[in-house]
Design a binder for this molecule. Sequence first.
Ligand code: CTP
Length: 413
Amino acid sequence: MDKQERAKPRVVLGVSGGIAAYKACELLRRLTESGHDVRVVPTAASLNFVGEATWSALSGNPATTEVWESVHEVPHVRIGQGADLVVVAPATADMLAKAAHGIADDLLTNTLLTARCPVVFAPAMHTEMWENPATQENVATLRRRGALVIEPAVGRLTGVDTGKGRFPDPAQIFELCRRVLARGPRAATADLAGRHVVVSAGGTREPLDPVRYLGNRSSGRQGYALAATAAARGARVTLVAGNTELPDPAGVDVVRIGTAVQLREAVLAAAGDADAVVMAAAVADFRPSEYATGKIKKKDGQEPEPVTLVRNPDILAELSADRPNRGQIVVGFAAETDDVLANGRTKLARKGCDLLVVNEVGEHKTFGSAENEAVILATDGSETPVPHGPKEALADTVWDLVAGRFAATADGS
Ligand code: CTP
């Protein structure tokens, strides 16, 4: 049967021998419950952490380790050939080394050699092992060949250690797998590989006193969708996030900020070597001119003191003017309530960015919603309408336009 005709996408979940194998059970559950046919291929070492019975019971399929079982079905070739996605989670340093060098000494490594579909590795190991030049070179090799190697998260590791190397949240790895599957064949998957992109998201809060601030209603969802879709397309992503409650997308480096001034510092620091910067954050244009170190109190019989405001820096205009990295693409957002397109055109010229995503905001529109509708204006005069749909779809259209500009720069056109 042709892959397209099958009712359920086929996913191979490769599990290598790290303690995070137990977290892969949640990834498996999410994959099966959302209608994927999952075949778990554990390494022999991983069975020390989670046994074969767990994988078979949760997947509803046999979970074999060696190529010598059911040989008549030629599993070392068939499993990889039939897959729509292979995700290795957790991927140990040893597994990355084997995959990078084409070693095929068990069922999982054979499967990696026969799979033509997108391949995702979710590494988990101690910081020293992740940062070792051998591992880093293996990761670079795998990425160059089109695999998606998720950056590990930073946090508590096995034992008392803390650092980079933590297995990302299984729910977020699942989201990334879903996005990769939706993009189809391997060639279409990692079109932002080798690129560093910076996305700002959420809203800034400008403190008035220790308990009050001036803020806005941005949920951060559009910026998070931009960060997550870029990671699923192979980019290294820095997400500068202001005041959101959303979970960190898998593989994304998240920098948290509070105020517009902090946002500016974080974005400019990350933008130095970035190929693209997308300013999806809702930045406060003004901040209170003075910060009261103690809570502002009511005074009997007196009117309140007026709050005076000062201008915040315009980060998008500054980024567009400076561009430390030649050829850097800068994208802005315009939230408008009236004369949406006309205001958008004026704003594109005023800010000096390459693309401006213009959307209408209001009481029940855009903020906090999972959906969005926009027109993307470009400096060449083009307009790309994005119909009402998930914020993820708008994010993918933004990256399509950015990737098109990267390709045009590479061609010299
Ligand atoms: N932006 C920024 N710095 C600011 C204000 C806005 O970088 N101080 C960015 C936003 O992240 C967004 C774009 O500029 O990408 C447009 O934001 P918007 O609030 O629509 O525009 P403003 O410049 O605030 O213009 P106005 O308030 O006049 O509509």
